[in-house]
Design a protein around this ligand. Structure first.
Ligand code: RIB
Ligand code: CA
Length: 350
């Protein structure tokens, strides 16, 4: 048993060495994670903080899974756990632009971290408003910053409204949200988009390079009880915390008939680490703002074309096909086993 564990650890070390060598050659990807931590957010943040391919420039917090003050406390606890007080954590929007906030303690625990307690944070919050921190960081690193929103898009929309000049200066946006095969919080809408559809509309219309890691791939990227056993074989403060949170998430998922917990936010970070973990298709995606049953849906045009309808008397007649310009790189598949291996290898023993 011990030799197997030793061998597993050697493989992990070798993978990390190769990853570090690649990063040294290319330079780490500079990211800002906009987050509503959130149990899966916490896993995504730990993955990012333990991946040499990423240089986390800031955590910006938005109301979503939990109220924003709880989110800030959780984000500070996470950077404190990882001894990364150098990373600014800024408080953002406490409510959506128009919609009424819907929190999700049912899925994330009363404290938002799977009811796993962490020590009071050693790190202090940044005094700037999150959208201002986003704007300042993008201007300080033009064409370098990748935005990784993994909560409602309120902060991102506020940043665009306050300073539209950031749009061409952002390298790209890789977000967890939406989907092209139905919703989770409603039949049609995914929670992040549903929580603030007006914000999502601004973000999807901005014109920057946008990759959507939606439910259609994240619900197939499951962390299972067997994965939990693997991660529990190693110890460490971050490792043990992750095991506690994932135990809560896997239990919740199993109680609802699932085979594991979907790694929604971690997969978006995974795609920022290694794009080959997902395959994408360019599509026109619009955000439904009105439908009684569909408000918050990411309506994807798989064909990027619509029928040309012309009024003919008391009817319309289709008289051609009109091309539409895609605005989103939509994730259509993921390499789930390779991603789960990556996640475990980065957290194991930390
Ligand atoms: O629908 C999943 C998304 O909503 C994830 O970001 C999860 O953290 C919640 O915010
Ligand atoms: Ca989230």
């Amino acid at each position: 048993m011990k030799s197997k564990l030793r061998c597993a650890l050697w493989i992990v070390c070798l993978q990390l060495f190769v990853a570090a060598a690649c990063v040294a050659a290319q330079g780490a990807r500079q990211i800002i994670i906009d987050t509503d931590p959130g149990a899966d957010d916490a896993m995504a943040i730990l993955l990012a903080l333990n991946s040499p391919e990423l240089d986390v420039k800031a955590l910006t917090v938005v109301a979503g899974n939990v109220v924003v003050d709880r989110g800030v406390e959780n984000a500070l606890k996470l950077v404190s756990l990882a001894h990364r007080c150098d990373i600014p954590v800024a408080r953002g929007a406490g409510h959506p632009l128009v919609a009424t906030l819907t929190t999700a303690e049912f899925f994330h625990g009363k404290n938002g971290l799977g009811d796993v307690e962490l020590p009071a944070p050693a790190c202090r919050p940044d005094t700037r408003f999150a959208p201002d921190l986003i704007i300042q960081t993008v201007h300080a690193h033009p064409h370098e910053i990748t935005l990784v929103p993994i909560g409602p898009l309120t902060n991102i929309a506020l940043a665009i409204s306050k300073d539209p000049s950031i749009v061409p200066l952002v390298k790209e946006v890789v977000l967890m949200g939406g989907g092209i095969s139905g919703g989770n919080i409603t039949a049609a809408a995914e929670a992040n988009i549903h929580n603030d559809p007006e914000a999502a509309h601004r973000v999807f219309e901005a014109g920057w390079p946008l990759t959507m890691v939606g439910l259609n791939v994240t619900e197939k990227t499951l962390f299972t009880p067997a994965d939990l056993k693997r991660l529990a074989q190693t110890r460490g403060l971050e490792n043990d915390f992750a095991v506690g949170v994932l135990h809560f998430m896997v239990n919740r998922a199993e109680n609802l008939g699932g085979e594991g917990t979907p790694m929604h936010d971690p997969l978006a970070v995974g795609a920022a680490i290694d794009r080959s973990l997902i395959t994408t298709q360019d599509m026109r995606v619009d955000i439904e703002l009105r439908g009684e049953y569909t408000r918050g849906e990411t309506v994807a045009d798989r064909h990027n074309s619509t029928d040309q309808r012309v009024r003919r008397g008391d009817r319309y007649a289709v008289e051609g096909i009109q091309r539409v310009e895609p605005n989103v790189h939509v994730a259509v598949s993921s390499d789930a086993p390779r991603f789960i291996d990556m996640f475990i290898s980065r957290i194991a023993g930390k």
